[in-house]
Design a protein around this ligand. Structure first.
Ligand code: XAN
Length: 466
């Protein structure tokens, strides 16, 4: 559904769940979250049995709208997708047995080049933004294509639908990119990037919902001079930067050949002034200890894309090592290397991949459910530079949230009419932590019945009674 136009002071009534820290998931039964007309959280309470007595205690909230969880469910912070490719959405699930470099040529570049058509871009981008919202993604770092107009259209759609987004026009000028899909010169690469940055800033001058992001595709797609010019553009505009790093071993070898004077893949970005606190590096599977230390020193961020890394057989990212070394990490769906637009799916995939690492490198590598949920929310918020605004429920934070509704099992076990409610079955014995675990391992978009960004309803299903 379309986002509602205005918001009213609202009280969200029901259990809420969020990460307190990397390892601690806080569950607040019978919670109340008071959100003002600007979408900012003004108060939180817990163990509230009846909202009328709360309203009588809080005089200024007596006319507030009440949004109550019906049945079994909870409020959870909106998910943050720190890396995805909107134009690749039609290819979701299509990758065969390819690996990164042949996958790009076989599937990705042909599809991306076709998004120069604005009518196709309209269809694909509207669909993708709806999809990501329906999975509870309230903020997303998007790659678009090399085309300025369709990149701008993606930003228009995000703004209209109310999804926070960083939207990047892809830069790729090297002759390793196909002739049919390439920036024709450094000048045009920079001019087109600048045009898109200016446009995105013009439609949302406050930057509350959409922001531009400078997007060199990855080192092999850009000449050294182009990377330098993009580094300069980042200095001039102060915009965020996103790119790929060290995803696949053949790609790493290619970077060595193309940039023989650089000490490492990370050093290529460092040399061209692209390694900064506002830089999001996707994948980071095969980094050396020196590279990780440089990323940490520059305060650049990492987007972990486990589904994609497995689908394209790129490798198992050593997330525990990244976290232990103090690097900021979030999750990315990386559609269509990744096969799902859902960050909940990435939570599961991050946990599975960590277990595969644990099988070879020890149990310490296992991520817990709480840790993966942290990466999906607070970790992601820090990756996109919004940790002061979103990622958890606290006074002063903006209300970016999803209402999760869980199923129940009738006494006689009858499932008639229940299949549309999702695949989680609650039998009544589950404690809150177990309900959350059942959602993480068995939930999907059928359980996400409503989604808000800054207190504005941006998605709901027929099961939501708002
Ligand atoms: O997963 C990926 N998706 C892409 O589109 C891409 N381009 C360069 N490197 C990439 N990796």
């Amino acid at each position: 559904m379309a986002a509602s136009a205005s918001i009213s002071k609202s009280i969200y009534f029901g259990t809420y769940v969020h990460s307190k820290s990397l390892t601690e998931l806080e569950i607040r039964p019978d919670g109340v979250i008071g959100v003002d007309e600007k979408g900012v959280i003004q108060f939180l309470e817990t163990n509230v049995k009846d909202v009328e007595s709360l309203k009588s205690r809080r005089e200024e909230w007596k006319d507030a709208k009440v949004v109550k969880i019906k049945g079994e469910g909870f409020f959870f912070p909106g998910f943050i997708d720190t890396h995805t490719h909107a134009p690749q959405h039609p290819n979701t699930g299509l990758f065969g047995k390819t690996t990164l470099l042949d996958w790009l040529q076989t599937y990705t570049f042909p599809m991306e080049s076709s998004l120069g058509s604005l009518s196709k871009a309209q269809r694909v981008y509207s669909n993708f933004v709806s999809r990501t919202l329906s999975h509870g993604t309230t903020a997303c770092a998007y790659y678009a294509t090399i085309h300025v107009l369709s990149t701008n259209l993606l930003a228009d759609i995000c703004l209209k639908r109310g999804q926070r987004a960083l939207v990047g026009r892809v830069c790729m000028n090297s002759n390793l990119s196909p002739e049919y899909y390439r920036d024709m010169s450094i000048e045009s690469s920079i001019a087109d990037s600048r045009a898109s940055i200016d446009y995105i800033r013009s439609i949302d001058p406050s930057g509350e919902i959409v922001l531009p992001i400078i997007t060199p595709r990855f080192a092999p797609s850009c000449t050294a001079h182009c990377l330098t010019a993009l580094g300069d553009l980042a200095t001039e505009t102060g915009a965020h930067i996103q790119t790929h790093i060290s995803e696949n071993t053949s790609e790493c070898e290619l970077v060595k050949k193309l940039f023989p004077d650089s000490k490492s893949y990370t050093d290529v970005y460092e040399t061209h002034h692209l390694l900064r606190p506002k830089t999001i590096l996707a994948h980071a599977v095969h980094l050396s200890a020196e590279e990780r230390a440089l990323i940490k020193a520059r305060e650049a961020k990492i987007s972990h894309c486990p589904a994609s890394n497995t689908a394209l057989t790129s490798g198992c990212c050593p997330v525990r090592t990244l976290l232990d070394e103090g690097i900021t990490v979030g999750l990315g769906t990386d559609v269509s290397g990744g096969f799902s637009p859902s960050i909940l799916e990435e939570v599961r995939q991050a946990i599975w991949v960590s277990r595969f690492r644990a099988m070879n490198h020890g149990d310490v590598h296992k991520l817990s459910t709480s840790e993966a949920l942290y990466l999906a929310t607070r970790g992601g918020a820090a990756v996109i530079g919004m940790e002061d605004k979103v990622g958890g429920f606290e006074i002063g934070k903006e209300f970016d949230a999803q209402m999760i509704s869980l199923g129940t099992v009738a006494e006689e076990g009858n499932m008639e009419g229940k299949f549309t409610e999702g695949s989680i079955d609650l039998f009544g014995f589950e404690k809150w932590a177990e309900k959350v675990e059942k959602w993480v391992y068995g939930g999907d978009d059928r359980n996400t019945v409503a989604v808000w960004v800054r207190g504005r309803l941006v998605h709901s299903t027929s099961k939501f009674e708002g």
